[in-house]
Design a protein around this ligand. Structure first.
Ligand SMILES: C[S@@+](CC[C@H](N)C(=O)[O-])C[C@H]1O[C@@H](n2cnc3c(N)ncnc32)[C@H](O)[C@@H]1O
Length: 197
């Protein structure tokens, strides 16, 4: 197997599998420790059908290019930049989850609960949506790590579009829950995603 794939593929694919496994297992562990096992479902692993499809495309691109354009995978400075960005994305996202604590629910709240307070400290002082910003960086970085030019662009476009819709929906409710407090906060602090104020 190692001889068939070669050093580059073995290394880059192992990094990818490690990044994905760590991301999802840590999301699940954090969700259980914050919300309790009985309130956490398989969806907290954040593995949707669309996500599996995207990852499928990513591996397909990787295998086609390593067979047909192997030189493309040898830009180690690009691949290593991807590793650094994967770590940065992880740190931003996990800092968001830990800081927001019980306010960080995987399903967007549409009803205000008594314990739900507006979080504006820690990483939320600098970015309004650090959880989404971290995921956006992480997902794009996995493709940079694999030197997958098509999926770098595709992952950026798809995750950006997904979060731009989600942020509009989420902020509609946050404005209802927290009124002028949220207005003032959103004027002062950037979203953390490009081209979203
Ligand atoms: C998946 S979390 C994402 C939180 C945030 N958008 C982020 O990217 O870090 C979604 C939940 O967080 C809540 N939420 C988002 N921003 C918040 C804030 N600054 N303070 C309290 N709750 C927040 C929303 O009401 C929603 O139910």
């Amino acid at each position: 197997m190692v001889e068939m794939l070669g050093y580059t593929a073995i290394r880059q694919l192992s990094q990818m599998i490690a990044a994905v496994a760590f991301f999802h297992s840590s999301e699940y562990v954090l969700a259980v420790s914050i919300h309790g096992r009985s309130n956490v479902t398989f969806s907290s692993l954040l593995i949707s059908k669309q996500y599996v499809l995207a990852m499928g495309f990513s591996f397909l691109e990787y295998f086609l290019e390593i067979l047909l354009l192997p030189w493309l995978k040898e830009y180690w400075w690009i691949s290593n930049t991807g590793i650094v960005l994967v770590l940065i994305g992880e740190v931003i996202r996990k800092a968001a989850i830990i800081t927001a604590d019980r306010a960080f629910t995987h399903m967007i709240r549409v009803r205000h609960e008594d314990h739900h307070e507006l979080v504006t400290h820690g990483i939320y002082r600098f970015i309004r949506h650090p959880g989404y910003s971290g995921f956006f960086i992480w997902a794009t970085a996995t493709q940079i790590m694999l030197c997958n030019p098509i999926c770098i662009v595709a992952f950026m476009v798809v995750t950006w579009r997904f979060f731009s819709t989600r942020i509009r929906y989420e902020e509609y409710y946050l404005r209802q829950f927290f009124g002028s407090q949220y207005e003032e906060y959103s004027r002062r602090v950037p979203s953390g995603l490009p081209f979203i104020k």
